[in-house]
Design a protein around this ligand. Structure first.
Ligand SMILES: C[S@@+](CC[C@H](N)C(=O)[O-])C[C@H]1O[C@@H](n2cnc3c(N)ncnc32)[C@H](O)[C@@H]1O
Length: 369
C-alpha cells in the first residue's frame, strides 16, 4: 500500500462509510441503473448479460458489495478497499443475504491495478478517486483494470459543487477540527447549527444529506484527502488514458438545467453550468476504451427514465428514491409480467422500436412496478 494512502485508510478504519446498516437490503429497482447491462448498452450499443462477467468494486465501502452482488448474481464480483473494517462490514452483509458470487480484497486502487491489468469487464468506482493524492492517477488505474471492451462507472467530485462545502471545511481546519479527533464531527455540527438560520454555511449544511451520520459528517466535512476535478481536468484525464466518456448519469434536475443552458452540445452546456457555478451535482459517468457509433448527445435517450445518481450513503436514501417512469413505459410494464424482462424480450422490444436500448437494458434488471 502506498504511504499517501495511510491517512485516508486510517479515517475509513475509524469511520467506515457509509455508516453500516447491517440489516438493510438493497432494492434492485433503485440500483439497476448501475448494472452491467446498462453500461454495455451505453458503451457498446448492444444488449448483453452480466452472466460470467468479472466486476470490480473499487473503494467499495460497507454497502456497495451487497447491492452490486445482488444486482449481478451471475457475475463474479471482486470488492476492494483500503479499510479492513469496511470490508469486514461489507462481507458480513453479503453473508447475511447469502451472496456467493463475491470476494473481498484488502488493497489500494493503484497497487491492485498493477496486479490485475485488463482483467475486468466492468469496474465500479464511486466516490473514491478524488480521495487519492492524484485523482488523475486513480482514473488511469481504473482504465488499466479494464479488459479490451470493458467499461467503468465512476463518480468524481466536481470542483464547482464542492465550493460551498469548502467554506465549512476551511472553518473546521481553522478551528483545528479533524477526522483524527473523535469530538470533531459533533463540534462541527454544533458550530454550524449555532449560526443564524440564513447564514450561507448553515444553509449549505442543512441541505447536505451527510449531516445525518457521524461517518457522513467526517466524509463530507473533515476528510483527510479531497481533490475534486473540474470538467476539463476530468475529460483530459479520461482522454489521456485512451478512454471515452460515453454517458453521464444525470439527475432529473441536471437534465432540466442542461436543457435550459446555452451551448451547442452537451459538453458546452455542462461547462457553462459549471462556470456559472450552477452545476448541481458531481461527475457520474460511464467510460470505456471503445469508440462507439451512438451519438454522443446522450440526452436523446429517454430522459424520463433516468434515475438519480446511484447513492449508497444512506440505505434509507436508496429506499426513499422514486423512479419517474415515462407513462408509455409504465403502461408497457403493466402489460409485462411483474418480473424483470428476459434479455430476448428486451431485444424484441428494441427491434420493434418500442423501447430505447438503454430503457430495455434497465428493464432487464428491473422488478416490475
Ligand atoms: C466515500 S467512500 C465510498 C464507498 C462506496 N464506493 C460508496 O459509494 O458507498 C470511499 C471508499 O474508498 C475507499 N478508498 C479510499 N482510497 C482508496 C484507495 N486508494 N484504494 C481503494 N479504496 C480506497 C475508502 O476506504 C472508502 O471505503
Amino acid at each position: 500500500m502506498k504511504p499517501e494512502i495511510y491517512k485516508v485508510r486510517e479515517q475509513y478504519e475509524k469511520y467506515p462509510y457509509p455508516e453500516p446498516a447491517l440489516l438493510a437490503y438493497p432494492s434492485r429497482s433503485l440500483s439497476c441503473h448501475a448494472a452491467y447491462e446498462v453500461g454495455a448498452a451505453l458503451t457498446t450499443g448492444k444488449l448483453a448479460s452480466h452472466a460470467g462477467k468479472r466486476i470490480a468494486l473499487i473503494g467499495c465501502g460497507t454497502q456497495e458489495p451487497l447491492i452490486m452482488a445482488k444486482l449481478h448474481p451471475k457475475a463474479h464480483v471482486t470488492a476492494i478497499d483500503v479499510s479492513k473494517k469496511s470490508l469486514r462490514q461489507a462481507k458480513l452483509s453479503t453473508q447475511l443475504w447469502f451472496c456467493d458470487n463475491i470476494e473481498f480484497v484488502h488493497n489500494d486502487l493503484e497497487s491492485f491495478a498493477i496486479e490485475n491489468e485488463g482483467r475486468f469487464d466492468y469496474v465500479h468506482c464511486y466516490g473514491v478517486v478524488h480521495h487519492l493524492p492524484s485523482p488523475q492517477r486513480g482514473i488511469s488505474a481504473v482504465a488499466q483494470l479494464l479488459s479490451r471492451d470493458g467499461f467503468a462507472r465512476l463518480m468524481v467530485y466536481a470542483e464547482s459543487s464542492r465550493r460551498r462545502i469548502n467554506g465549512i471545511k476551511r472553518v473546521a481546519k481553522m478551528l483545528g477540527l479533524s477526522a483524527a479527533d473523535p469530538e470533531s464531527p459533533f463540534l462541527i455540527q454544533r458550530m454550524i447549527e449555532s449560526l443564524p438560520e440564513n447564514h450561507p454555511l448553515r444553509i449549505t449544511f442543512s441541505m447536505h444529506t451527510e449531516r445525518h451520520s457521524t461517518a457522513g459528517l467526517v466524509d463530507a466535512f473533515l476528510h483527510a484527502c479531497e481533490n475534486p476535478l473540474t470538467l476539463s481536468q476530468l475529460v483530459e484525464s479520461v482522454g489521456e488514458n485512451s478512454c471515452f466518456i460515453h454517458d453521464w448519469d444525470l439527475s432529473l434536475r441536471s437534465i432540466e438545467m442542461i436543457n435550459d443552458a446555452p451551448g451547442d452540445n452537451l459538453y458546452e452546456k455542462i461547462k457553462w453550468l459549471e462556470l456559472s457555478t450552477q452545476w448541481p451535482g458531481h461527475w457520474v459517468f460511464w467510460m470505456s476504451k471503445l469508440r462507439h457509433p451512438i451519438n454522443a448527445n446522450r440526452l436523446a435517450i429517454n430522459p424520463a427514465f433516468r434515475l438519480r445518481p446511484f447513492r449508497t450513503s444512506h440505505t434509507s436514501g436508496i429506499l426513499r428514491q422514486k423512479i419517474e417512469f415515462d407513462p408509455e413505459i409504465k403502461k408497457l410494464l403493466h402489460q409485462l409480467q411483474s418480473g424483470p424482462i428476459p434479455l430476448e424480450k428486451a431485444h424484441a422490444l428494441v427491434d420493434s422500436k418500442r423501447l430505447s436500448l438503454l430503457t430495455a437494458a434497465r428493464l432487464v434488471l428491473e422488478v416490475g412496478p
